[in-house]
Design a protein around this ligand. Structure first.
Ligand SMILES: [Zn+2]
Length: 550
């Protein structure tokens, strides 16, 4: 029996891979001949494989199928057409994709997704007929790609500078979008600027994710705090961020925020208030984790007498010894109470990862091309920069932190098991964490915490949408939802690393090939070619390096 191999080269010269089992192999001359381009059009390999599977007398029927296939393929208009990066269309068809929704359900497909403007108009079974969509002007071929809701980064900072040195918004935005992030919740930035940026993003006049702006409320006493929350309303904030709270001031903040219909994110520190207050006063989400083990201590933490909270080296060293001091029974009660009171948890595992492995954090492979010199400088140990505290950092500190992570991750898992909403955010721009890439690393750490990748994707999509109060509009691929969708080259349930725009190496038919990355990021109906955005990032980075040398 002849052996043939269905290996094509698509129109962009990228090797094409059949989507399933195939019993037939063509000779190589077909693979690189004129037919190769025909073969790969619009998922026909999958069609062909189906035919093969159904038939018993494989080679005779196979030859027939090949003939039919070629004839019909000649006539196909299956490749992408009429799609330009940065455009939004009255109607756009995304053909032949497998969907992983943000709801915690398994993949399904192939489906076609029809967008109208900024809305998901219809999700339906894929129409693989040659004549389907022939009349449509704008079609994106998603063959072999996985469609996910655009990722939401629930803990972001839209930095306009690092350590007083300006950094372009474009750099952050394009990193986020190239990593598949279509929404960020800003929890601290230059608000005058970020308000304008949010406006531009809404209008589509800037290449940027959706922006939700949680402004920091501050006051030296309850009355000042209330005024601050009212001011946030006047300025047009989407929510309130608080940190460093005494109990009476926090109560004032929450009372005023609830009156004005605000959601509240609490970055708890080592302070008077902790998770008990978050539960009692109706905080929407706990950011990071401080305040949770604190609420389960018997008395105070066992600090050394020389400890000084204002010294970040002290602060982060002793944070690494906190979880082990939490009383396990009391901790369960804390978690139970948070869940009962509807407080969500955005753990941001990633932002502390340098503490358990500094070498890893400092040598992330994407730093070479994607780390802006301004950010690189900011990351270096420096007591005046928040989060740049890794001087005198010891092996002992890392060992403590590794154990710290184990208990912390178990607590987050238990919290979710009890019904708590876990969100995913990165807090990048500090402690060796690069915008965008860090959210994907955060997702990997959620898997390390014991969550199935389906649930991890849920955390970064529909859970985050729920924390924002946007669960009816964002975080799912569903009729009527906003058109925030990413098309990923590979199944992230098999490997979350497919989400990294730098991709992964895989062995296919004896050859190493690069796979992965978000190919298309669609935000509010605007279609962006994600690899091009990453190239733009690299250009910004190299320009910044050049200007340093001159
Ligand atoms: Zn933060």
């Amino acid at each position: 029996m002849p052996k043939f191999s269905v290996v094509g080269v698509d129109l962009a010269g990228v090797p094409h891979r059949p989507t399933g089992m195939c019993s037939f192999r063509f000779s190589n001359r077909f693979a690189y001949g004129p037919f190769s381009q025909v073969l790969v059009k619009r998922g026909m390999c999958r069609y062909f494989e189906e035919v093969c599977r159904m038939m018993q007398k494989k080679w005779i029927v196979g030859i027939l199928a090949i003939s039919v296939f070629f004839l019909s393929a000649m006539d196909l208009k299956g490749e992408s057409k009429g799609v330009e990066s940065g455009q939004r269309y009255d109607e756009l068809v995304i053909r032949n994709v497998v969907v992983i929704d943000g709801k915690g359900t398994p993949p399904r497909g192939p489906v076609d997704i029809i967008l109208k403007g900024n809305t998901i108009h219809l999700v339906q079974s894929a129409d693989l007929r040659p004549e389907a969509y022939r009349e449509n002007l704008h079609v994106l071929d998603g063959s072999g790609l996985y469609a996910l809701p655009g990722l939401i980064n629930i803990h972001a900072h839209i930095h306009d500078n690092r350590g007083g040195v300006p950094i372009p918004f474009e750099y952050l935005y394009k990193l986020w979008l190239s990593c598949g992030i279509t929404t960020v919740r800003d929890v601290g930035s230059n608000y005058d600027k970020t308000i304008q940026e949010r406006q531009k993003s809404q209008e589509g006049s800037v290449v940027a994710p959706r922006i939700f702006l949680y402004m920091t409320a501050w006051g030296r006493n309850p009355e000042e705090m209330k005024q601050s929350v009212r001011e946030i309303k006047r300025l047009g904030g989407d929510g309130v961020k608080i940190f460093g709270m005494d109990q009476d001031i926090m109560e004032a903040a929450l009372t005023q925020a609830h009156e004005l219909g605000f959601r509240v994110a609490h970055h708890v520190g080592v302070e008077e208030t902790d998770a008990w207050d978050d539960a009692a006063l109706g905080v929407t989400s706990i950011e990071h984790w401080y305040g949770v083990p604190d609420a389960a201590l018997q008395g105070s933490q066992n600090f050394a007498h020389e400890y000084n909270y204002s010294n970040e080296s002290d602060r982060f060293r002793y944070a690494g010894r906190l979880w082990r001091e939490a009383d396990p029974d009391k901790l369960k009660l804390v978690l139970r109470t948070l869940v009962d009171k509807g407080v969500s948890w955005c753990p941001t595992f990633v932002i502390y990862e340098a503490n358990r492995d500094l070498l890893r954090a400092k040598n992330q492979p994407w730093f070479k091309d994607c780390l802006h010199s301004t950010l690189e400088k900011y990351f270096e140990p420096n007591p005046s920069n928040h989060g740049s505290y890794h001087w005198d950092w010891t092996t002992t500190d890392e060992v403590f932190w590794r154990k710290n992570y184990k208990i912390w991750m178990k607590a987050v898992r238990e919290f979710a098991n009890m019904g708590g909403i876990v969100g995913a955010g990165e807090d990048a721009g500090y402690i060796y964490m690069l915008y965008g890439f860090s959210l994907i690393r955060e997702m990997e750490l959620h898997q390390e915490a014991g969550f199935h990748p389906i649930d991890v994707i849920k955390h970064a999509t529909s859970n985050n949408a729920q924390i924002l109060g946007q669960e009816k509009a964002l975080g799912r691929i569903r009729n009527g939802y906003l058109a925030d969708i990413i098309l990923v080259d590979g199944n992230p349930l098999k490997n979350l690393k497919y989400l990294y725009p730098t991709g992964v190496m895989e062995l296919e038919q004896g050859k190493l090939v690069k796979k992965g990355g978000t190919k298309w990021t669609i935000k509010d109906g605007y279609v962006y070619h994600a690899p091009t955005l990453l190239e733009d990032v690299k250009t910004l980075v190299s320009q910044a390096k050049d200007s340093l040398q001159n």
